[in-house]
Design a protein around this ligand. Sequence first.
Ligand code: FES
Length: 633
Amino acid sequence: MTTTVSGTTKVSIEFRHDFADETPATPKMTRVPPGMTLFNAANWIGLPIDSTCGAKGTCGKCKVRILRGHNGATPADRKVFTEAELADGWRLSCRSEAHSDVVCEVPRLMGNPKAALMGFDRHVILNANVHKILLTLTPPTLEDQRSDYSRIRDALSQEGYEAEASLTLLRQLPGILRKSRWQITAVVVGQELVGVEAGDTTGRAYGLAFDIGTTTVVGMLLDLNSGASVAVRSTLNGQAIYGADVISRISYTMLNEDGLSRLNGVIVQTLNRLIADLLHEGQVAAHEVYEVVTAGNATMQHLFLGADPEAIGLEPFIPVVEDMVQVRAREVGLAILPQAQVHLLPYLGAYVGADLVAGLLATGLAQNEGVRLLVDVGTNGEIILGSAARTVATAAPAGPAFEGAQIQDGMRASDGAIEAVIITHDAIELQVIGGGSPIGLCGSGLLDAVAQLRLSGLMLPSGRFVQAEEAGQFVAPELARRIITDDEGRRAFVLAWAEESGGGKSIVLTQRDVRELQFAKGSIAGGIDVVMQELGVEADDLVEVYLAGSFGSYINPQSARIIGLVPPVPVERIKAVGNAAGEGAKIALLSFREREVARSLPEIVEYHELSGRGDFNDSFLSVLQFPELETLG
Ligand code: FES
């Protein structure tokens, strides 16, 4: 039955298969937006269908038999199946789109698909889009005057591959074929012959996955044959000197004539430096890297492409492109095989970027049963809520408080920053990055400090500090005297006295700092409230809450809950998912099936813009206060 869930019409697909571990195998069901191919719908629920062409309709391996539902034959079907087979319902699943409900049968796979646990408990079928095929060609004779290219294409076709070569590769063919005495390894990526190598090099195939963050860039070099990680490196994004956040980077491109090309050049340089380090560490040659997947927010991906991000920064916030983009390494200046394919994961909205799409792959949030919440906490809070039934996303502008900016003694998370705070009845314990004396307070320390002050009773739900005299009635005097009042009656809490600090002056948390944090958390919590209302779910319905992003990973889940940044779920359900974007990029590199899932996500996940929404303002105001402690359970 075709179902409509809050405005989203979906069709149901039932896959009958006989290669699962269960006997008899239970049919697998899924509901997807109309127009999704049966191949991708199967990937969506982790059901492997055979393929060597990366779902391009050329290998003829992804056969299914339609038992119920209308699916006309495509030209690709007619190439593969006889009339009798077509009449019997046989179709190529990668060409067959579901526009109404379908029941189909999936044949047993030849061999067991290689799978690995990746991301966050995701069982991922490893199936890179790069194939290396050893070919022993018959040398040309007067009787066999086929061209070099035809000779390779014929041999590839016998192995089940259809691939086209670029001019660059054609220029190299005569030399390689003759030097190798006609024994070569063809490198096929999707439908493209990207390389021809002398001899047998099938054992060496590599790819790169990047998380291009506004502050930090993480690169991973992966062995595409085994799925193993060969080397991982991270470095600061060289663009940081042109502005700390995406808005200042966009402004830089607007205010400087060569701003866009400069920022583009800097990020390419950053990536190439990482690539050089990764290749050196892994003892891999640049020409052995055949594919790259990148994740990053929309602005970072635009700057990497050299595409103007100006319209992202202004209402109505329009990116140049939102779909998955595929370019060649040489077009974007990456120092690997020039013909290597570079895939930029798609976005869900101008402010819910490919890093969150990668996060969805890493967590499986949109593919699993049970409602989950994914929050990337930062200057821009990115929020995704849902399950396989329905998933919604939004972005909430949180401002720079979580980065330690606009906080009196705030600083970035670097050496000397207080990153964690514990307040007991009579003492305060500080955890400082680098282990020395504190010189300031970073975002996670700010969050911890406020949460601990709430727990100790030294701060009211309104965010106000209690008076020192009042505090003296329920905490030890050495703690109470940390609440100080300036000449104008403004209170603050001393985290470190001047003699304890590395900067020679006391490190304090002011009333204004607390307000800044309240606005930042109010914005994100307000955005979460809007999407929870949209889906009609309560905190109790949430199976898990994932905190992602470079900041999210360092937040103490309990503190996030105490200040009301996330809904009041049991703390064990709140998980820091580290570099979910990097994990997702890695999954998309190692599994073209998962990359196809990522390609579909913008169609499946509903994006809700918060700007100008009255209910967001209401939600924001309702969550500005800190929760009463008894409501936290
Ligand atoms: S024809 Fe190759 S996956 Fe469909």
